[in-house]
Design a protein around this ligand. Structure first.
Ligand SMILES: [Zn+2]
Length: 284
């Protein structure tokens, strides 16, 4: 067996590759051992996923949605109180970890009265970490979609037309930036109802699909918590998808849900996010 990225023999590898990181709530979309070798799996964890999670949006979205990291620890976000502090939440509410003793003292003695907890609603566009993550997920999702059948694995691993995107992800080879398209297609926390799927409403953390445009270009579309990301597997440019969207009245390939509703009960703590939070000092 060969790794689909570096093409080295991966028979003895033990890593199970998560197409979407576990730390974004993915337990379902994984690839069996050896499809991605241990070295590449480790490279992606350190060089792609770690920087991705340090982006304010991804940190913030994990915090808002109570998504734990791989080790089961809750995500902390950053709040602003005369400096940056870490903010966590649990059933009792928010808790603040202030490394600066002056800030900590100010909160306790009541001289600091407010904190800003930003709401980062979207990642910056044209981010190299998002680009590399999407290209990695695109190649892996191809395998996931066709199933780990040896014939298909060989086809995808040896396909010269996929070498540019493969080497961009794994070795940082040219092009210097693989373009992607990003837009919100539904709100974070929206729930769906489809009687063919379930008798109850459900939230979609992520979903993906592939399609060929009329121009013969292969696109990968990944939706994570309402944000649609698209890359082309045929070209480092994304202009083909923009043309396709115009022809299709801006309706993306994954916007086919029968019914949609907005979540009606935001958690109490979450309703504080994006607002100015006041502290009070209890009277003793
Ligand atoms: Zn490899």
């Amino acid at each position: 067996m060969k790794c689909i990225f570096c093409k080295n023999i991966s028979d003895n590898c033990v890593s199970i590759e998560h197409i979407i990181p576990e730390s974004l709530g993915n337990k379902e979309h994984v690839l069996p051992k050896g499809v991605v070798c241990d070295t590449c799996n480790n490279y992606f964890a350190v060089k792609i996923e770690k920087p991705l999670f340090e982006l304010p949006y991804f940190r913030s979205v994990r915090f808002r949605n109570d998504i734990e990291n791989k080790k089961g620890r809750p995500t902390l976000d950053k709040g602003i109180i005369g400096g940056i502090v870490s903010v966590g939440k649990d059933e009792q509410g928010l808790h603040i970890i202030a490394e600066n003793s002056g800030v900590a003292k100010g909160i306790i003695d009541g001289s600091i009265k407010h904190m800003i907890l930003p709401f980062n609603s979207e990642p910056d566009s044209n981010d190299i970490n998002v680009s590399k993550f999407l290209c990695k997920a695109a190649l892996e999702s191809l395998i996931y979609r066709v199933g780990p059948v040896q014939e298909w694995l060989d086809e995808i691993t040896e396909h010269p037309q996929l070498d540019t995107i493969r080497n961009y992800v794994r070795y940082g080879s040219k092009p210097s930036f693989w373009e992607y398209h990003q837009r919100r297609i539904y709100q974070e926390g929206d729930e769906f109802f489809n009687e063919k799927v379930s008798s109850e409403t459900y939230e979609i953390l992520h979903e993906f699909d592939f399609f060929y445009s009329d121009e013969g270009e292969l696109f990968y579309v990944l939706v994570i918590m309402g944000i649609e990301f698209t890359v082309s597997l045929s070209s480092e440019e994304i202009s083909g998808y923009r043309r396709w969207l115009i022809q299709n009245a801006e309706k993306g390939p994954l916007q086919t849900h029968d019914e949609m509703r907005v979540r009606s009960n935001p958690k109490d703590v979450n309703s504080l996010i994006g607002k100015r939070i006041s502290f009070y000092t209890p009277e003793i």
